[in-house]
Write a protein that binds this ligand. Structure first.
Ligand code: FAD
Length: 279
C-alpha cells in the first residue's frame, strides 16, 4: 500500500487502484492520464511487462465509461534496449488502443531520444489518424522545428517546459528564456494546430496565456497537470469549462517519483514534514 503523503502524488500500485482513482477524478469533471511508473529498462522482460500492463489499462478504459487515456515513457517499453523493441511495443499498445478508442500519449525523455520518439509518433499518428500524441519540451532549441513537423501529423501535442537537465548546446538554460519560448510556441500551436493542444504546465502565467489564445483562435485545447499539484486549480479550471486532464502515475516504483516531487517544491517538502511530525 502507498503510505500517506506519497498517495497524494501516486494513485496506488495496481490497475484497480488507478481505475478507482480515475472514477473519483471523473466525478470532479477531470479526466485522467494513467501512467505506469517505470523507466530505463535494460531487460526485455521488464519492458514487456509494462507493455502488458498498458494493454490491460487500454482494455479497462475501452470497456468502461471513463474519461481516461494512457501516457507511456519510451524507455519503459524498450528504448534503451533497442529502437525496434520500443517501436514494436508501442505498435502493440497503439493498435489495441485504436481498436478500443483510447488515446495514447508518448512522454518525451532526454534530447538523445527525441528523433526516435518523434519518428515513431509521426508514423503511428498518421496510420491511426490521431490515436497517439506526443510531448515536446520548450527548453529544447529544436522544438520550433519539431512543431512545424508535427503540425501536419494527426494527433494532439503536449507542450511542457522540459524536465531534463540538458546541455546548453541543445537547450535554453535560463528559466525566463524557457518561459518566453513556451509562450511563443503556444502561440504557434494555437495558430497552426487543428487536432488539439495540451498545455502541460502548472504555471498560472502559461495557463492564462493559453486561455487567451483559446479565445482568440478557437483551437481546441486542454490543460494537463500532475496528480497532487495545484488540484484546487484543476477543479476550478474544470468548473470554468476548460478541458482539464490530470496525469496520474501509479505502480510499485512509486518511491523515486514521490521523492522527486517533494524535492522539487519547498511547499511539498513542508507539507510532508508537517504530516510526518503531526504539526
Ligand atoms: P514551473 O516553471 O516549475 O513553475 C512555474 C509556476 O507554476 C510556479 O511559480 C508556481 O506558481 C506554479 N507551480 C509549479 N509547480 C507547482 C507546485 N508543485 N505547486 C504549486 N504551484 C506550482 N517533462 C518532460 O520533460 N517530458 C514529459 O513527457 C513531461 N510530461 C509532463 C506531463 C504533464 C501533465 C505535466 C504537468 C508535466 C510534464 N513534464 C514533462 C514536466 C515539465 O516539463 C515541467 O518540468 C514541470 O511541469 C514543471 O514546469 P511548470 O510549467 O509546471 O512550472
Amino acid at each position: 500500500m502507498i503510505p500517506p503523503l506519497a498517495n497524494n502524488f501516486v494513485a496506488g500500485e495496481t490497475p484497480d487502484d488507478a481505475i478507482s482513482y480515475l472514477e473519483s477524478l471523473n466525478r470532479d469533471g477531470i479526466a485522467g492520464i494513467l501512467n505506469v511508473l517505470g523507466e530505463h529498462y535494460t531487460d526485455r522482460a521488464d519492458a514487456a511487462a509494462d507493455t502488458e500492463e498498458y494493454l490491460t489499462l487500454v482494455d479497462r478504459l475501452g470497456s468502461a465509461d471513463l474519461d481516461g487515456c494512457i501516457s507511456v515513457k519510451p524507455s519503459q517499453i524498450g528504448l534503451d534496449i533497442g529502437d525496434d523493441v520500443f517501436r514494436d511495443n508501442l505498435d502493440r499498445i497503439v493498435t489495441a488502443a485504436t481498436e478500443q478508442d483510447v488515446f495514447v500519449w508518448v512522454d518525451m525523455e532526454d534530447h538523445t531520444t527525441t528523433d526516435v520518439t518523434l519518428d515513431a509518433v509521426c508514423e503511428f499518428g498518421r496510420r491511426t489518424d490521431g490515436t497517439v500524441g506526443v510531448c515536446v519540451q520548450a527548453n529544447l532549441k529544436r522544438t520550433p522545428d519539431d512543431l512545424e513537423r508535427l503540425a501536419d501529423v494527426p494527433g494532439k501535442v503536449r507542450l511542457v517546459k522540459g524536465a531534463y537537465n540538458e546541455p546548453a548546446s541543445v537547450a535554453h538554460k535560463k528559466k525566463a528564456e524557457v518561459d518566453d519560448v513556451y509562450k511563443r510556441l503556444l502561440e504557434f500551436m494555437f495558430r497552426e494546430f487543428d487536432d488539439g493542444i495540451a498545455v502541460g504546465s502548472h504555471d498560472p502565467k502559461m495557463i492564462s496565456h493559453a486561455r487567451e489564445l483559446g479565445e482568440e483562435y478557437g483551437t481546441p485545447y486542454e490543460v494537463q497537470m500532475l496528480m497532487g499539484v495545484r488540484e484546487d486549480e484543476q477543479r476550478k479550471l474544470a468548473a470554468a469549462g476548460v478541458e482539464t486532464w490530470q496525469y496520474v502515475p501509479y505502480g510499485d516504483k512509486w518511491f523515486q517519483y514521490f521523492y522527486r516531487r517533494v524535492r522539487e517544491r519547498k511547499e511539498n517538502a513542508l507539507f510532508a514534514l508537517r504530516a510526518v511530525t503531526g504539526l
